[in-house]
Write a protein that binds this ligand. Structure first.
Ligand SMILES: Nc1nc2c(c(=O)[nH]1)N[C@H]1C(S)=C(S)[C@@H](COP(=O)(O)O)O[C@H]1N2
Ligand SMILES: [Mo]
Length: 264
């Protein structure tokens, strides 16, 4: 028993070092901290990333809930961050028509690939929750989110047994560089995907989700940091491995040094 406690404390110490580095690195695309790669930092990141994932799964289990708040706690509008008005033609065409032509594609390792309209998503049983969004930049907002639990969409599609992760493909281009256009993407494991508070949100503070906050559909995965919560979702892909996407780290920001498991 005492040996386990020691190990756990050691793991938590390393985990909190990783948390500190995430806090200073921020969300800006041209962040100086990300530019300075060092072998030590790379090591700390990869070690702490794996450890904080395992420690959190061990300590809090797969299904503990993130804190939920009361209506009175919603004191400010949800501060938009990252891409807030996608300039992509496909997106602009969809939004010009109030997303009537929008389809969420669900594919990959599923038995029944789906193509769901917003109305179809909205007629599925919904969940509403008031939760706090924490960005690595160091700010938080409490807002009310309404959407369809991701687990329901996965059950409709029937996930195959080899599946391990869910990849979210987004409509917005976050980077235009020499190597071409990069679209935002993210991924979570099936434990978080099936968590009761993990929803595909189309409503915010009792209104339709605004464009700045990810219309028509964005992820809420309440036990993780803000960059995990993909906005402007185009497609959901069920996969067994993340290596094929971006630089293989599981998300746009992860490819640039952030932790894949951003548990809070
Ligand atoms: N598609 C997409 N999703 C995204 C981002 C983005 O730029 N594009 N930014 C991320 C970051 S860093 C944060 S903090 C939240 C911001 O969500 P908000 O605009 O509703 O505050 O979205 C996340 N999801
Ligand atoms: Mo963020």
């Amino acid at each position: 028993m005492s040996r386990i406690m020691m190990n756990r404390r050691k793991l938590l110490t390393i985990g909190s070092v990783a948390g500190t580095s995430a806090l200073v690195s921020g969300c800006d695309a041209f962040d100086g901290v990300l530019a300075g790669r060092s072998p030590v930092r790379n090591f700390m990141e990869s070690t702490a990333n794996g450890l904080s994932y395992r420690v959190q799964r061990f300590l809090i289990g797969g299904h503990s809930l993130a804190q939920e708040f009361a209506e009175a706690d919603i004191r400010q509008p949800m501060r938009p961050n990252g891409i807030t008005a996608p300039a992509d033609d496909t997106y602009k065409a969809l939004s010009a028509n109030a997303f009537a032509d929008y389809r969420l594609e669900v594919g990959g390792m599923v038995q029944k690939p789906l193509s769901l309209s917003l109305v179809e998503l909205m007629t599925m049983p919904a969940r509403t929750q008031i939760t706090r969004h924490d960005c690595v930049e160091g700010w938080s907002c409490i807002a009310k989110w309404t959407g369809v639990p991701l687990s329901q969409v996965l059950d409709l599609a029937v996930v195959k047994s080899e599946a391990r992760y869910i990849v979210f493909h987004c409509l917005d281009t976050i980077e235009r560089g020499l190597s071409g256009e990069v679209k935002y993407y993210e991924s979570i494991d099936l434990v978080d995907a099936r968590h009761p508070q993990t929803i595909l949100a189309y409503g915010m503070n009792d209104e339709r989700l605004p464009v700045s906050n990810g219309a028509p559909l964005r992820l809420r995965v309440e036990r993780q940091l803000g960059y995990k919560m993909a906005k402007y979702i185009r497609a959901i892909e069920v996969v067994s491995d993340l290596a094929a996407f971006g630089f293989g780290k599981g998300g746009y920001w992860e490819d640039r040094g952030y932790e894949w498991y951003a548990g809070i």
